[in-house]
Design a protein around this ligand. Structure first.
Ligand SMILES: Nc1ncnc2c1ncn2[C@@H]1O[C@H](COP(=O)(O)OP(=O)(O)OP(=O)(O)O)[C@@H](O)[C@H]1O
Ligand SMILES: [Mg+2]
Length: 532
């Protein structure tokens, strides 16, 4: 219970108000009593608020207890209302209670007033707690519902992206091949280039969809968020223009976190571009980092948050902000309030996917005209920073003569891979599925230095195929290819060190580099280096 109880006392005479005060103070109850006599003063006091209890007589100079009760019910129904009067008869008393009065105490027994006040305050407190708990539960339910909706949309988006990536591999791959064989002055060249460019654009959209659906391969490492922000800071003015002040407040001694650095850059860039768009007349953008301990209390109010130490990234702007209806939908893919051609509505969907896939959570605080703040919390890790291995300066060779076994269920993609590989001198064995690949493996007596396999195939997955083929051809290294990542290969979308992986859609060149790289890298089996 609060230390000082604020009592609004509606009494005809100052003497009676004193009586109330004396009755309440008797047992050491600290109370501050404001005495009002007339209707206007009572109205003003009720409007001003801040009362814990109202004690009212029923006969008043210019109105009566019943109207006072009606006013209180209208303006502050949650404040207990005690009627304190000479006897008014049982029926009248019942009428008061029915109209919302909390208690009725007879003036003949002023000592009872104290009990009544203590009781109604206790009840009011309990009621308040109940209301808060209800509100909290409703909020949590809403957050969970939102998360489930995003999950469902994510699955849908991931499925679409997966199928599209096969189609796009074909469009990009064959236009690449055809362009490569066309004379420079060929009049069809420009047309083919249009097709290829359109394929690239579509590929970039599906990449964003995949990011949202948390099905892209992340190359996570232990990183220092401050270093990433500092790196980007240099280029931000060019990206968001001169009219916007950019301030960074980076916490010295910031904890470490685990994520894909390239993806975290994408997160910051997307938030920065959105901030810019929200401030067409200029303004201020702040990027802040901090160590934050999210406690049980915070986790209780935020579904999907695990309590513990976190690294926070906050991006705020002084832009036009948004209303609650808009902010409830901003993470949905294709939700945009921008004009056609100005935004696709995939920026924040991607941010959401990356944050979730990195084990973090993202929250938005915004009001129309009051700017916007995005806060992202990543779980803090204690592991040491991973030093960036310098990229090996291997000559970028495309050709080879080794035998490559290709397992891919999509016919056009399979043919494309075969064509690309054969054009560079490889001997190619093709299989429509895992079973066929295995029987080829059994029949083929020479060595099979490399298996290129789709991750998701009907029947047996690429990973199982690799394991079974290894029994017949232990020399076979594996390059996985997929439209999206799959738990069998990529645990929670995070690639195991040592697995060679190529994301669809790929260009002929990147495919050939990956093949060469897989062939030339010392053998690794599921992340473990084999004994020589
Ligand atoms: N900082 C911000 N201030 C005000 N509104 C914002 C802010 N960031 C996002 N929004 C709102 O959220 C919507 C969705 O943002 P999102 O980044 O996903 O898509 P977009 O910016 O419209 O398009 P895209 O990022 O694909 O080019 C925006 O259209 C805008 O209405
Ligand atoms: Mg955007």
């Amino acid at each position: 219970m609060k230390t000082t109880v604020h009592v609004l006392c509606l009494e005809e005479s100052a003497r009676d108000a004193e009586l109330v005060k004396a009755a309440l103070s008797k047992d050491g109850l600290a109370c501050k009593l404001s005495h009002v006599q007339v209707r206007d003063d009572f109205m003003a006091a009720v409007r001003q608020g801040g009362w814990d209890v109202i004690i009212s007589n029923c006969a008043l100079p210019d109105f009566d207890g019943r109207s006072a009760l009606a006013i209180a019910q209208e303006h502050c129904p949650e404040i207990p209302f005690i009627l304190f009067s000479h006897s008014i008869g049982e029926e009248a008393a019942i009428e008061y209670l029915k109209a919302g009065a909390t208690e009725y105490v007879l003036k003949d027994h002023p000592a009872r007033l104290l009990f009544a006040v203590r009781r109604v305050l206790r009840e009011a407190e309990a009621q308040k707690e109940r209301k808060q708990a209800e509100k909290r539960n409703a909020k949590l339910e809403e957050q969970l519902r939102q998360a489930q909706k995003m999950e469902a949309v994510g699955r849908l988006a991931g499925g679409i992206a997966h199928d599209f990536n096969n189609v796009l591999t074909i469009i990009k791959g064959y236009s690449d091949l055809a362009l490569g064989q066309m004379a420079p002055q060929d009049p069809q060249r420009a047309r083919l280039q249009y097709i290829k460019d359109a394929g690239e654009r579509a590929a970039s959209l599906t990449r964003q969809l995949l990011a949202f659906s948390r099905r892209q391969v992340l190359e996570s490492k232990v990183l220092d968020l401050n270093a990433i922000v500092t790196n980007l800071y240099e280029m931000l003015p060019r990206l968001i223009g001169e009219d916007i002040d950019i301030v960074s407040i980076l916490k010295p001694g910031l904890g470490r976190m685990k994520a894909d650095p390239g993806q975290i850059e994408q997160v910051i860039l997307n938030l920065a571009v959105n901030a810019r768009d929200a401030m067409p007349q200029g303004g201020k953008m702040t990027i802040e980092t901090a160590n934050v301990a999210l406690d049980e209390n915070y986790a209780r109010d935020h579904a999907t948050v695990q309590p513990g130490p976190h690294v926070m990234l906050a991006v705020s702007d002084t832009g036009h902000g948004m209303d609650a209806e808009t902010s409830a939908r901003i993470f949905e893919p294709f939700f945009t309030t921008k004009e056609i051609g100005q935004g696709t509505g995939l920026g924040l969907a991607m941010v959401y996917g990356i944050v979730k896939q990195s084990g973090g959570s993202i929250w938005v605080y915004s009001e129309p005209g009051k700017g916007t703040t995005f806060k992202i919390y990543f779980p803090r890790v204690e592991d040491a920073l991973e030093v960036q291995e310098p990229a090996e300066d291997r000559p970028r060779i495309l050709r080879g003569t080794e035998t490559v076994l290709v397992a891919e269920d999509e016919e056009m993609v399979r043919n494309l891979m075969q064509t690309i590989l054969e054009a560079q001198g490889y001997a190619v064995l093709v299989a429509r599925n895992a079973t066929e690949a295995l029987s080829i493996g059994h029949r083929h007596h020479g060595s099979i230095p490399l298996l290129v396999t789709d991750v998701v195939m009907p029947g047996m997955s690429g990973r199982e195929l690799a394991a079974q083929l290894a029994m017949v051809h232990p020399e076979a290294k594996v390059l996985y290819v997929s439209g999206y990542t799959d738990d069998a290969v990529v645990r929670h979308g995070v690639l195991n060190a040592g697995l060679a992986f190529l994301q669809k859609p790929f260009s002929a060149e990147s495919f050939l580099f990956k093949v060469r790289d897989a062939l030339d890298t010392p053998a690794k089996v599921y992340g473990k280096t084999q004994a020589p």
